[in-house]
Design a protein around this ligand. Structure first.
Ligand code: ATP
Ligand code: MG
Length: 278
């Protein structure tokens, strides 16, 4: 990982020119908080690692990071130390129990919850240093559509929106997608519907959202928005149990319904996203 020490900074890092998203990077975002972004990111990473991919999850929820809690990892060196120049990037990358790497935000990142030119540059420098070393980098973003969240998403070539069937979650997912289409000119948004009650719920929800987008969100001619339904994850009591034990669901109960759904999601992503970026 020698070039992690001196990662190249893209030439447009100091300007407001829209960034060219980095390949192999997928942002996991939602709009509404508490819908399962961190749970999905961590367990999806484990499922992709099991398929043989080199995966890194970056805790991009800078202000309210909690990937460390979910994974029960409390490293001495975190992204905070890299941002403040106290440590090298490679020192902050640690191994998670599921066979993937993580870069945890750590506490003291509140000052990074505002997108200043410094935060932007630090983020870019770190991302460009990381990407060459992994088959896929997952960005576990914070809730909402703050400029930090949108900036993190702008770095990703793929966006996975996590929503639950609740109307509040769907309204926020819709608002997020609208912004991503308007500001980032995204055309393809991948959807995963979490905490579903019945088979088929997620697909029906995605179709409904697509209809609303087609009707109310203007796009440039020939550039329609496409929501791609990647899968559903059922509401499953095993999820809460795993989180309470601070373990990965993929390790505690790999054959429970939610874990099986995440394995399916990993396979679908492998087929539609990762193999294409090789
Ligand atoms: N499929 C599921 N079945 C049951 N409970 C779930 C499921 N997915 C998530 N949860 C519950 O939702 C909680 C919140 O999940 P998580 O922390 O991943 O959300 P988040 O979107 O990352 O939240 P934040 O916006 O605060 O970052 C979990 O602690 C868990 O209890
Ligand atoms: Mg989270």
């Amino acid at each position: 990982m020698s070039d992690v020490l001196n990662p190249p900074v893209p030439s447009d890092a100091n300007t407001s020119v829209p960034l060219k998203p980095l390949g192999k990077v997928m942002a996991v975002t939602s709009g509404k908080g508490g819908v399962g972004k961190t749970f999905v990111s961590a367990n999806l990473a484990a499922a992709l690692a099991k398929l043989g991919h080199r995966v890194l999850v970056l805790d991009a929820d800078l202000g309210l990071a909690n990937l460390d809690v979910v994974l029960n990892l409390y490293p001495k060196i975190t992204l905070h130390d890299v941002f403040t120049g106290k440590a090298k990037l490679e020192e902050a990358i640690i191994r998670a129990p599921g066979g993937f790497s993580v870069l945890l935000a750590g506490s003291g990142m509140v000052e990074y919850s505002r997108l200043t030119p410094e935060v932007r540059d630090d983020f870019l420098r770190i991302m460009s240093g990381l990407v060459p070393h992994y088959d896929v980098v997952l960005l576990d973003t914070g809730a909402g559509i703050s400029d930090v969240v949108l900036f993190a998403v702008s770095l990703a070539s793929e966006v996975l929106v996590v929503a639950t069937p609740e109307p509040t979650s769907l309204t926020d997912a819709y608002a997020t997608i609208k912004v991503l289409v308007g500001q980032q000119k995204r055309q393809t948004i991948r959807m995963v519907i979490n905490q579903t009650a019945r088979i088929g719920d997620g697909r029906a929800i995605t179709v409904q959202l697509q209809q609303v987008l087609d009707r109310f969100v203007p796009t440039e001619p020939g550039r329609p928005i496409k929501l791609v339904h990647m899968g559903d994850i059922p509401a499953d009591p095993a999820v809460r149990q795993a989180i309470m034990r601070r373990q990965l669901l993929m390790q505690t109960t790999p054959s429970c319904p939610a874990a099986m759904a995440i394995s399916q999601l990993a396979l679908k992503l492998e087929e539609s996203v990762i193999s294409r970026n090789r």
